[in-house]
Design a protein around this ligand. Structure first.
Ligand SMILES: Cc1ncc(C[n+]2csc(CCOP(=O)(O)OP(=O)(O)O)c2C)c(N)n1
Length: 355
């Protein structure tokens, strides 16, 4: 991998053949299609008034969560952000549970508690999303600290946006991870905007260089290429497990929708959106799958059918019983299960083969 603090995109092509099988490469496309399809369905349900609050999606950013999560093993732990649905899917969370979550239904991951995109199924090694950004960097560093103290060959990973780099918590997590040489991967999802603030108003330096300032490598990858994101994460995990400490990966991408469903992003120049539309990560992986001889139409049909069935199931499920509103707010076994249990669940993709 690139271990310098260079901003040149990592070239995944050399390592892809070695670390991704044909099925893995199709799997990357399947998870990205699932993510986009579920979020499109959710947006439509939102417009029908069935999703309370607002709705946040990761349209155009699918390669970042899918590529990174695909490189992680079952015993690893993930702190997943609001634009990273693909990571939940790769850990084995069912589309029906996710759509139920968005609609605040009893069958959702939190059973109707907290914000609709604030969830994490600890049974599959995902920490419930912390809304205060970017506090999950500190949670991930804390879990990595536990792994190190116990001598366990495990790694924690978290995603955060470019806006998060302006917060003190970012620097505290980076510093502690560097000082302690923790097995943690920080994925900076640089989608060019933090709500309406462009990156030029967010930092005056190359954000990747900040890793070097804290004593560990940083690199930049094409965040619209799932195979490049996968390869950078796989190599970072290998370093972490070998005891070589943290890595910062900047995945360069673009937020193609507004901050949330209520935002028309009129502050984003339309030429910028069009420029990035031509770099769509799904189109890119679809072209690779076609070249591999995959029946992509059939794959898309299979994904669509799965989402339609999941939506029917979620819509027919009940809302939570108000009498249970204060249940499950504090669960003493949660922390224990997240950190001590191996969390092996219905794993899929690369993680399953690596286990
Ligand atoms: C400490 C804190 N301040 C404000 C917010 C409200 N908020 C939620 S998302 C967001 C924008 C974050 O931008 P960025 O980190 O670039 O991630 P993106 O949403 O672009 O993926 C803000 C301001 C928050 N969650 N936490």
């Amino acid at each position: 991998m690139h271990t310098s603090t260079s901003r040149a995109p990592a070239d995944a092509s050399a390592d892809v053949a070695e670390h991704l099988t044909h099925d893995d490469r199709v799997g990357l496309l399947r998870y990205m299609l699932l993510m986009r399809g579920i979020e499109e369905k959710a947006m439509s349900l939102y417009r029908q008034g069935k999703v309370p609050g607002s709705f946040y999606d990761g349209y155009g950013q699918e390669a970042v969560s899918v590529g990174a999560a695909f490189a992680m093993a079952p015993e690893d732990r993930l702190c997943i952000l609001h634009r990273d649905l693909g990571a939940h899917l790769i850990r084995g969370v069912e589309p029906a549970a996710i759509l139920s979550q968005y609609m605040g239904r009893a069958a959702g991951i939190t059973g109707g508690r907290d914000g609709n995109v604030h969830f994490g199924d600890h049974r599959v090694g995902c920490v419930g999303m912390v809304s205060m950004l970017p506090d999950m960097m500190l949670v991930a560093a804390g879990m990595a600290m536990a792994f190190k103290l116990r001598g366990e060959a495990r790694c924690a990973l978290t995603w955060f946006g470019d806006g998060s780099t302006s917060r003190g918590d970012f620097h505290e997590a980076m510093n502690w991870a560097g000082v302690q040489g923790l097995p943690v991967i920080f994925v900076l999802e640089n989608n060019q905007y933090a709500y309406s603030t462009p990156t030029r108003a967010q930092f005056a330096v190359n954000p990747v260089e900040r890793a070097g300032a804290y004593g560990f490598p940083g690199l930049s990858v094409d965040g619209n290429d799932p195979e490049a994101v996968f390869e950078a994460t796989r190599a970072a995990r290998e370093r972490a497990i070998a005891g070589d400490g943290p890595t910062l990966i900047e995945a360069v991408t673009m937020r193609m929708h507004g901050h949330a469903a209520h935002d028309d992003m009129s502050y984003v120049p339309s030429e910028q959106v069009e420029e990035w539309r031509a770099k769509d990560p799904i189109d890119r992986q679809r072209a690779r799958a076609v070249a591999l001889g995959v029946d992509v139409e059939a794959l898309q049909g299979e994904v669509r059918a799965r989402i339609d069935a999941a939506a029917d199931e979620a819509l027919s499920g009940p809302m939570p019983d108000p009498a249970t509103a204060t249940d499950r707010l504090f669960h003493p076994r949660d922390a224990e299960e997240i950190l001590l249990g191996d969390g092996r669940g219905p794993w899929s993709g690369f993680a399953a083969r690596a286990a």
